[in-house]
Design a protein around this ligand. Structure first.
Ligand code: PRP
Ligand code: URA
Length: 209
């Protein structure tokens, strides 16, 4: 899986371990998701293009590197992907933000779309798609397919936890995107939940269970 990068920095590992703990409450869970997203984003964005721009320092004029090109778009998969947005936009505050709403059917585990709003000229932007959980891969595959249908060519998918089967499915369905993962877990259970996992990411971020 050449398009997969595992971001196993000790800080990311430690914070993911805290996320997994069922005793971690909503407030701390949200903070951890934000911090992990920022640390992952720092690595995932290391190939952002730069250009030399002339500025005046207090001493002299100098040509210095600045991020170049069209502003990236962050397009979280609702709901849980929303929790990762602030960590990424802390790094690129001028990023545009879109939303793709998908929920998994509890019985079939198939993703269903219920909302989509994307920034203009999305096909010209680097698109970062955050979702904490990559389980069967169905939601991520559908979201990326949807973005490609709108002409997006440069897509980075970021997840905190992945199941091996979902990671393989996404990598094979979309070999031309970059996939960044915090940790690859053991497997899926019969309800298509990641094991050991962290439970339902959306419910834990929004306190809905
Ligand atoms: C979760 C998660 C992913 C999806 C992963 O969302 O945030 O979007 O499941 O599962 P998959 O890889 O098998 O598609 P969910 O559908 O529970 O919606 P929510 O974020 O609104 O809770
Ligand atoms: N969605 C979640 O929120 N958790 C899982 O373990 C699988 C899908």
């Amino acid at each position: 899986m050449e398009n997969v990068t595992i971001l196993d920095h000790p800080l990311i590992k430690h914070k993911i371990s805290m996320l997994r703990d069922k005793n971690t409450g909503t407030m701390f869970f949200r903070i951890l998701v934000e911090e992990i997203s920022m640390l992952m984003g720092y690595e995932a964005l290391r190939d952002l293009p730069t250009e030399l721009v002339e500025i005046e320092t207090p001493i002299t004029s100098a040509k210095v590197p600045m991020i170049s090109g069209k502003k990236p778009a962050v397009v979280p998969i609702l709901r849980a992907g929303l929790g990762m947005v602030s960590g990424i936009t802390a790094l690129i505050p001028t990023a545009k933000i879109g939303h793709i709403g998908l929920y998994r059917d509890e019985v079939t585990h198939e993703p269903h779309e219920y909302f989509c709003k994307l920034p203009d000229k999305i096909n010209k932007r680097l698109v970062i798609v955050p979702d904490p959980m990559l389980a069967t891969g169905g939601s991520a595959i559908q979201a990326v397919t949807f973005l490609k249908e709108r002409g997006c060519k440069h897509i980075k998918f970021m997840c905190i936890l992945a199941a091996p089967e979902g990671l393989k499915a996404l990598s094979e369905a979309h070999p031309d995107i970059e996939i960044y993962v915090g940790c690859v877990d053991e497997r899926l259970n019969d309800d298509a939940y990641i094991v050991p996992g962290l439970g339902d990411a959306g419910d834990r971020i929004f306190g809905t269970k």
